[in-house]
Each structure stands twice: as structure tokens, then as C-alpha cells.
Design a protein around this ligand. Structure first.
Ligand SMILES: [Zn+2]
Length: 273
């Protein structure tokens, strides 16, 4: 019999989803395109497949961290650091690993084939959080497990980080308009919806910016931070542009997308050529 506490993370996730959905309706950042309704089937369809995948490999990174700790494998497990230092190092390494993988996904053609499914959404809202190709999720789980073992990341700190990352995946994509001052203060440290929505713009220079998922540090440090005014974010065109947007609302087309001809090529819009 499962303890009621086993259901707590799932209940917290659904509560956050519900609260953000209500906030999105009340304070939208931009208006969703009229033709965009069909995309929800593709987004939630991918979400269901990914949820099945995740239930088969629950918190793989945490399991990898526990294994590495028991075996005494990985950099941090070979050093006798105080817990605070191990926890801080775990947060930095795990968060940088996500930033690095995201940046590489935009420049390595075979990873872009997987990642572009997330970017081909013609609108951005909560449902976009679920829109990832299952192969990309599989690759991400393997990448996180490898980094975790190599660095001997602390399991307890990882549990906290993975929970925060799941919450931020929803928050970053929410079509939510924050008061300008709050947005400005938060993005000094954290990623805000208006910051991440720039990353979903169809303009290449904007797509290739704001890679961070939880903290804004890495974008600021490596020069990929980009700030647009609220009016510009509201007027942005989302997706990848013209030909790439065909099939954006089709679950089958998105699942087959990594194998599509020309899938590795980044579109260059006429205005940017
Ligand atoms: Zn991206």
C-alpha cells in the first residue's frame, strides 16, 4: 500500500498546473492565435507519452546519484566537503548541465531534429511544457544520469532541484503577464515567462537566446541573455516559421519529425537572410 506522502509530489504538480492555468486565463501575456486550438492535441498527446516514459524510469538522476554515493563514484563523492558545499556544487553542476544540453540542442543537427518539436509550437502556453519529443526526453534522462554519476551529485539536493525544474517547466511556458517590476526583479536570478517566451520566437537570434530553465545566471554569464520589451514579446511570432509550421498541430507529424527530410536544417527567414 502506497503511503499518502507518495502522492504529494504529484498532487503539488497538479495544483501548480491548475493555479497557473487560472493565472494564464486571468493575466495573459499575449493572445493565442485563432488557428492554434489543434495544437493542444499534439502537446498533450506528447505529454501523455512522456508521462508513461517517466513512470517507467522515475527520477532516473536521483537513482543514479544514490548508486554513485553507495559506490563512492564521482568527483564529489571522493571529496570530504561539508554538506553545504556539496549541495551548492550539485545545484550549479545540474543547472549548468541543463543549460549546456539546451545550447547544444540548438547547434548540433541531430539534436535539433529532436528539440525542434518543442519549438514548432505556434503559440506558447502551459501546454507547450508537455511538448517534447520522447526521444529528446530519453536523451535528456541519459545525459542527466551521466553528469550525476561523473560528478557524484548529492541525491537529496537533486530531489529538490528536479522538483524545481518540473515546476519551472510549467512556469516558463505559462502565457502569464507579470507586473513589470516583479518580472524585472525575478529575472535577476530566475527565469520568468516573458524571458523564456523570447526563446520561442521564430526569429533565429531570439530562438538562440535565453536557454536557461530555472536560473538566469548561465545566460547572463555566457552572453545569451536577451531582453525584449513587453510589447515586443506580445507581438512576437512563435514557432519556426512558414514551412516548418505545417504539421505543428499534428501529433503524428511531430512524432515522425526527427526523421523528416531537411529536419536538421535551421530555417532562415527571408527577413534575416
Ligand atoms: Zn530551445
Amino acid at each position: 500500500m502506497a503511503e499518502w506522502t507518495d502522492w504529494l509530489p504529484l498532487a503539488a504538480f497538479w495544483l501548480l498546473l491548475f493555479l497557473l492555468a487560472a493565472a494564464e486565463t486571468l493575466y495573459p501575456l499575449h493572445r493565442a492565435p485563432r488557428e492554434g486550438k489543434g495544437r493542444l492535441v499534439a502537446n498533450f498527446g506528447l505529454g501523455v507519452i512522456n508521462a508513461a516514459l517517466l513512470s517507467a524510469a522515475p527520477v532516473a538522476a536521483v537513482a543514479a546519484a544514490q548508486w554513485a554515493q553507495q559506490q563512492g563514484v564521482g568527483l564529489l563523492n571522493t571529496m570530504a566537503l561539508p554538506f553545504a558545499a556539496t549541495a551548492a556544487a550539485t545545484l550549479l553542476v545540474r543547472s549548468f548541465a541543463a543549460y549546456a544540453m539546451h545550447r547544444i540542442s540548438h547547434s548540433w543537427p541531430w539534436l535539433w531534429r529532436l528539440h525542434r518539436v518543442h519549438h514548432s509550437d505556434t503559440a506558447v502556453d502551459l501546454s507547450t511544457s508537455f511538448r517534447n519529443h520522447p526521444f529528446e526526453l530519453t536523451f535528456a534522462l541519459a545525459w542527466r544520469a551521466a553528469v550525476t554519476v561523473a560528478f557524484g551529485l548529492d541525491p537529496l539536493t537533486l530531489v529538490a532541484y528536479e522538483a524545481a525544474a518540473a515546476a519551472f517547466a510549467l512556469w516558463d511556458h505559462a502565457n502569464l503577464r507579470l507586473p513589470a517590476r516583479l518580472d524585472q526583479a525575478l529575472r535577476l536570478v530566475l527565469v520568468t515567462p516573458a524571458m523564456h517566451h523570447v526563446h520561442h520566437s521564430a526569429a533565429r537570434a531570439e530562438t538562440d537566446s535565453n536557454y536557461g530553465d530555472v536560473i538566469s545566471l548561465w545566460d547572463r554569464l555566457f552572453g545569451t541573455y536577451r531582453q525584449l520589451g513587453e510589447a515586443e514579446v506580445r507581438a512576437a511570432r512563435f514557432g519556426l516559421g512558414d514551412a516548418e509550421d505545417e504539421g505543428a498541430a499534428s501529433l503524428v507529424a511531430q512524432l515522425r519529425s526527427p526523421l523528416a527530410r531537411g529536419g536538421a536544417v535551421r530555417p532562415v527567414r527571408a527577413s534575416e537572410a
